[in-house]
Design a protein. Sequence first.
Lengths: 352, 352
Amino acid sequence: MAKKVTIYDIAREAGVGIGTVSRVLNNNPSVAPETRNRISEVAKRLSYQPHTYAQRLARQQSETISAVIPFFTSYFFMEVLRGVQEKVSEFGYDLVLYGVEHADQAENYVAKALQRGKVDGILFFSMKMPDRVLSMLKESNLPVGLVDSVSPSFDSISVANAEGAYAATSHLVELGHRKVGMLNARSVSTPATERLQGFRRALEQQGIPYSDSLVKCGKSTRHDGFNRDSGYEAMMDFIAMGSEMPNAFFISSDIQAFGAIAALNEKGFRIPEDIAIVGFDDIELARLMRLTTMRQPMFQMGVLAIERLVSRMSNPDMEILHTTFSPTLIVRESCGAFMSSEGMPSTKSRLR
Amino acid sequence: MAKKVTIYDIAREAGVGIGTVSRVLNNNPSVAPETRNRISEVAKRLSYQPHTYAQRLARQQSETISAVIPFFTSYFFMEVLRGVQEKVSEFGYDLVLYGVEHADQAENYVAKALQRGKVDGILFFSMKMPDRVLSMLKESNLPVGLVDSVSPSFDSISVANAEGAYAATSHLVELGHRKVGMLNARSVSTPATERLQGFRRALEQQGIPYSDSLVKCGKSTRHDGFNRDSGYEAMMDFIAMGSEMPNAFFISSDIQAFGAIAALNEKGFRIPEDIAIVGFDDIELARLMRLTTMRQPMFQMGVLAIERLVSRMSNPDMEILHTTFSPTLIVRESCGAFMSSEGMPSTKSRLR
DNA sequence: ACGTTTTGCGGAAACGCTTCCAACGTTAAA
DNA sequence: TTTAACGTTGGAAGCGTTTCCGCAAAACGT
């Protein structure tokens, strides 16, 4: 280990008291300029590095923000995390990541985090937490931010899931499709249920009868069903419907859409000629695959989440803010929009 | 904030000294069973939570592992990080992520990290670090692990890049191609230069003359050239060669391959009928796109990296270990192997 | 019955820092 | 000239643990 240099060493070397050294290090104004210089110089010469944990213990705060995330390995979270990471280091905080499988694990973590000084703020991602935990959090007075979920008592950043699903579905219907289905994720996920609502509403609004047989979810439970296999399985189920099968699908995430496309390809369906598809998220691969989808400003959500959290940390009485982003429809080729508008299929399709 | 409960509270409540409380909390055997029970009970009743920073200060260690990563938003790193995350939490450590743009930023961070007690171990990902930093690290005695790069003085986990490139290129040649080119990433990246070596060696071994015009790299510098646009640009450059253009390509990452495929499609080339391609990495999408590629065991590398680091932390004098994974060739459709072996192109191709 | 270990335990010291308080020398105000 | 106020400074106290030292009581040996 690098030999420790403490403020005592500096104090001795500079012929002052430790209090003065500390004041210099913390830019406390009440130090004579001359003394300040001398101390700064000694500190640099000894290449002093403060002991973070000692500081945190003494200051009673952690300079740490932690993010509790269900599965930080999904494309969606990765993208949001990029924004988070960028801002966190800009503000000079540490980022501690906690990957959890379910909300109850989060609860477990909350208990640990609540000890004063462990973290200065927490961000929860896509977690529907039990009321008990929520109120624990609330009375703890710890700054908390919610991303991709909402609760009245905390700041939140979210996406208008229902609205997005509504737009996606409507787009399909406007393209002339009457038999449109949905591939959803698991209903334990709030975004999934919200997207289902949007889907239903769009159908009803367009005078198309809704039926439960119109929405399917694969059996793969990883990432709450937001995964490729789930999409593959659900689409296979649809294909098994035979002539009853819808010919247009709103799919609740791009990654599921890719699974669905694989299933479709395997069974000889062409996209968009035979089947139209619109996804959700607009992950990088969606552009590559020419997938029509609803874009969520993931990076930006991460950035905003930290900005909001930091301002709440410095001003706890700030009024609670809820920000909802509206996803925007990105029309590419998988929905067949170009085909119908231009009268012929695009020659550039990468979808089969 | 949750009202603080300290070991003093427990001691008072249980009618013992703080030393005993601490011993119970740390499972130190020299406490009478009866006393131990009483204390545990009180601790639970008061829902005591140790103050992490105080512990770390007293114990002189941090229970934290940090990972320094160039761009933790690329598919390759995401996958590796999954493995890292899994193991880290299994061992009960905290994971602190540092995203950096270049090695010099890492240096900056190293200085901070070196202060005793800040972190117990560091993992560096894909970073070619200046010797000065390396020796700083070395003499600091901090446990260090290298992933995707190698240095004699530290444990490392890497992939046989040259070997992989060799295998990929050879596969192309064995399929009958004589004009084979390479799309590389930027030469600042060590994996990129190693893969180039493998490519050259394969050519030479097969009696095919190498020429610099056979390898190109796009202008996009993000992720050191391991990005989609770079692949697109490089392939466009190749296409501009006209009749001189190779008809088979080894591409140094899957993501670049997708860009290249886009370029090819745009210009009307068919894959694999006109152009054969093999990529590198085997990211999830490669399977979807039926891309022939060299698989790196990314998740496993992450797992191993942490296991190795943790064992070094507990046993600093352990002999230095270098593990090299050999990438394996995953034959799918983009190389045309099925076409040539089965005499006809696959009907399921998703590559155009 | 008397040393001698062993076992269990209390609490001071240490970890490295921040912060508060007292004290000093100066300078301004009266 | 006296007093009050100010600008600086030193260092003790405190943050919540762990750990070491030493002591008492209990267990052991003979």
